[in-house]
Design a protein around this ligand. Sequence first.
Ligand SMILES: [Zn+2]
Length: 123
Amino acid sequence: MTADAKATCHCGSVEIKLTLPNGIENAERCSCSICSRKFSAFVGVHLDDLEVLTGKSSLKEYTFHTHSSKHYFCSNCGIHTHHRSRMSPTRYVVNLSCIEGVKIEDYADAPYFNGRDHPKDAE
Ligand SMILES: [Zn+2]
């Protein structure tokens, strides 16, 4: 995995350029109400390291609960590509399964973040 990577939705409308200075590290899953339904592993990137190249008009935004995290998905194929991290507001969280070249089975053991009892809910 090089520093530059590309993520796409399923239909290809949405193309996202990622800069991963150290490749994919600290891959995680999350047990919150939305992530558990998606069951995708993810990786965090700095806000500056994600650029939507194509398909901005296809991306729909979804928020819930505190509405502090914006979740983005392709309105054509329904695939969630990324969202704003609630824990780290300076970061996006990217669906690992959308990143070209990733073999998702390599991340079967990604540890869980306890989003079900999200620390921000206790503030
Ligand atoms: Zn799509």
